[in-house]
Design a binder for this molecule. Structure first.
Ligand code: AFP
Length: 334
């Protein structure tokens, strides 16, 4: 009989059967993330034909111009999860405050944080885009969550992952037992298991950073990037530069073939650009599960105690040895 890859639903059913006491609620959550991915991918395939490109004229909580697709993607997440029954609060990079969902309470015990459209500067030029999600359990059984309940270190995440809208649409996630990648089959509309237990190389040959910012970087980061360009056969240098403007796409490349991504703090903006709860934490969980590392340069991302919902953080993420080397430069030890 012809072998057929596992569908996302089959994979979830199998994992649920192996997990004692599972109620199926968590499985629903992953299926709903898959649904959001289908909705957004459906729109993106028609970008240029339907009026979804360009900006809305508004500015988001981060002070950035809101793209029409930012708004569409955020609405898709909210609409799907409002009716999912499995989530009692959602927080998004695009929304100033989280939305509590009393209609899902008390059954919906999960908290969902997401960046609905990562790399939105790529929208109008047919470049890759992504979405990133992070899942926690609401520990209190007697009350709806409050904003404070969403401020948890990344070590407490139950699941995290991303959707990548590239030449194909992929859903990649971890529930703390390895990293699995599913590719959306456009013919059947099913996500099929295409990447089982992804493990990243300990070292890569690629770095990803917006070098246009070099004059704003601290000297340790500058020296590290310079060192990657000096030929050194033993260390596989010089490295190649590959930067897409979409963190999901860059991290996906690193996950499959190794290397390092940096969005460091800057001299006048030490907190950097990326959001801890919506970008750094979920991707750090995925990358650690694949054998890699994620750091601010001095601290493990997953151990940071968040103080605010939209907190920013410097990020160095990728292959273990590459991140360790970057940390040594940042800390002045190399
Ligand atoms: P958005 O999610 O706001 O589009 O930002 C994209 C991003 O967070 C990340 O995906 C990129 O790697 C990074 O910012 C690009 O930032 P620069 O344009 O400053 O290089």
């Amino acid at each position: 009989m012809r072998e057929f890859p596992l569908t996302l639903s089959q994979f979830i059913i199998r994992s649920q059967a192996a997990s004692q006491g599972a109620t199926g609620e968590f499985s629903t959550l992953l299926t709903q993330i898959g649904l959001v991915g289908k909705l957004i991918a459906h729109d993106l395939r028609r970008a240029g034909l339907i009026p979804i490109l360009g900006t809305t004229g508004a500015t988001n909580v981060q002070g950035e111009a809101v793209k029409k697709l930012d708004e569409i993607a955020n609405d898709d997440f909210v609409k799907v999860f409002r009716h999912s029954g499995c989530v009692c609060a959602v927080a998004s990079e695009e929304m100033e405050r989280p939305i509590m969902l009393p209609e899902n309470w008390p059954q919906g015990k999960y908290l969902l944080l997401f960046d609905p459209l990562d790399g939105s500067s790529n929208t109008d030029t047919n470049m890759p885009l992504g979405a990133i999600f992070s899942v926690f359990k609401h520990g209190q059984t007697d009350r709806l969550p409050e904003e404070q309940d969403l401020l948890r270190p990344g070590t407490q995440q139950l699941a995290a992952g991303y959707l990548l809208y590239g030449s194909s649409t992929m859903l990649v996630f971890t529930v703390g037992q390895g990293v699995y990648g599913f590719t959306l089959d456009p013919d059947t509309g099913e996500y099929l298991l295409s990447h089982e237990r992804i493990m990243m190389p300990d070292r890569g040959k690629v770095y990803a950073a917006n070098e246009g910012n070099v004059h704003r970087w601290p000297s340790g980061v500058k020296k590290y990037i310079d060192s990657l360009k000096v030929p050194d056969k033993a260390k596989g240098r010089p490295y190649s530069a590959r930067y897409s403007g979409c963190l999901v796409a860059d991290v996906h490349r690193l996950l499959l073939s190794g290397g390092v991504y940096l969005y460091p703090g800057e001299v006048d903006k030490p907190e950097g650009k990326l959001r801890l709860l919506y970008e750094a934490n979920p991707l750090a969980f995925v990358v650690e599960q694949a054998g890699g590392k994620a750091s601010t340069g001095t601290t493990r991302i997953l151990e940071i105690e968040p103080k605010t919902l939209h907190q920013r953080v410097p990020l160095i993420i990728g292959s273990r040895l590459d991140v360790e080397e970057a940390e040594a430069f940042v800390q002045g030890k190399a």
